[in-house]
Write a protein that binds this ligand. Structure first.
Ligand code: DAH
Length: 345
């Protein structure tokens, strides 16, 4: 009898030592079996009275040892499970800690400059028109009175879509003029901001992508004087009441007469010299009275209506306003550059 019961206790001891407990459910089963109120060791403790006297002590020690092994194993597994549970992560979180502020983003200086320009024209009744950047030949060139042999159509300047000579990345926002005049009849008063593309060598002064804001005004009795007044108003709002502007005669296929407008920026520092090519004058836009052929192309009667248009470049204005000396910075999206414009509105 005695040796049988010794064997049984030793079996349980071995069972405990080899028990695989790796989840909290298994741990609970382990607890119930070896340490719970009806655990399998309990009756074995009761057996002590039936053991021969000379082995009583030995038996008592063995059963106690098995119980301790079960307890130790239970504790060890419990600690391992606790430290990996989410319960534990939660208790190590300080819910009263103040939140860490998220870093504020900033508006891109090109967006800020375009928004300023759009606000100025919106105040005098111009409506914003946004159009596609992938254009067809007709809206970008033909409608704008640019004949097929015009140098601006050269493959050197224009990005055509692969295998499709009719589809291209617009080279100027003037394509929006044709889009608008085709679907809307005078009076028309719109501005069209957006990105344009030209196959040009990238340098500190020029890029293959840049931004323009186009303007178009078509109605009865619109004159060159109206155009000059509108553009002077713009320059004063943008550069201050004392700004000086000048219009120089120029040529564009879609306007007649045509002009380019400069604003006097001055020569305060080295960047001013470079960007204004040492003159102090900054050329910001091309403009003119809409060529009658353009109106005809867009089904508008040139006998009844006249109009003016302009297209202004954004990058050079932004470079002067923010003192930026390299156009490439606008397109690199380096946060060290962009973060400097946090306070710009
Ligand atoms: N599209 C011309 C360019 O990209 C700019 C321009 C000149 C636009 C005269 C006009 C205009 O609307 O009337 O260089």
């Amino acid at each position: 009898m005695s040796s049988e019961i010794f064997t049984k206790v030793n079996q349980i001891k071995e069972e405990i030592e080899n028990a695989k407990v790796s989840s909290s459910e298994e741990l609970e089963q382990f607890r119930i079996k070896y340490l719970g109120s009806k655990n399998i060791l309990k009756p074995l403790f009761g057996e002590i009275k039936n053991i021969d006297n000379d082995r009583k002590k030995e038996y008592g020690q063995l059963v106690n040892e098995v119980k301790q092994i079960a307890e130790a194993q239970f504790q060890q597994v419990k600690e391992t499970l606790d430290s990996s549970s989410t319960e534990n992560i939660k208790s190590s979180m300080d819910l009263t800690a103040p939140p860490r502020p998220r870093p504020l983003g900033s508006k891109h200086p090109i967006s800020t400059t375009m928004n300023r320009i759009m606000n100025i024209f919106e105040r005098i009744g111009f409506v914003i028109e946004e159009e596609r950047e992938i254009e067809d030949d007709w809206h970008n060139f033909t409608a704008m009175n640019t004949p097929p042999d015009h140098p601006a159509r050269d493959m050197q300047d224009t990005y055509y879509l692969m295998n499709d000579p009719n589809r291209l990345l617009r080279t100027h926002t003037s394509s929006v003029q044709a889009r608008v005049m085709k679907k809307q009849k005078p009076p028309i008063r719109i501005i069209a901001p957006g990105r344009v593309y030209r196959n040009e060598t990238i340098s500190a002064r020029s890029h293959c992508q840049f931004h323009q804001v186009e303007g178009l005004y078509v109605d009865e009795n619109v004159s060159f004087a109206d155009m000059k007044q509108t553009l002077l108003y713009f320059a004063q709002e943008m550069y201050g009441k004392d700004v000086k502007i000048r219009l120089r005669p120029s040529f564009f296929p879609f306007t007649e007469p045509s002009a380019e407008m400069d604003v006097y920026w001055g020569l305060k520092n080295e960047d001013d010299y470079r960007i204004t090519k040492g003159t102090g004058w900054l050329e910001i836009l091309g403009c003119g009275m809409i060529d009658p052929q353009v109106l005809i192309n867009c089904d508008i009667d040139p006998e009844k209506y006249t109009g003016f248009a302009w297209g202004m470049g954004i990058e050079r204005q932004a470079m002067l306003l923010y003192g930026i000396n390299d156009i490439r910075l606008f397109f690199e999206n380096d946060v060290r550059f962009l973060q400097q414009f946090k306070s710009a509105k």
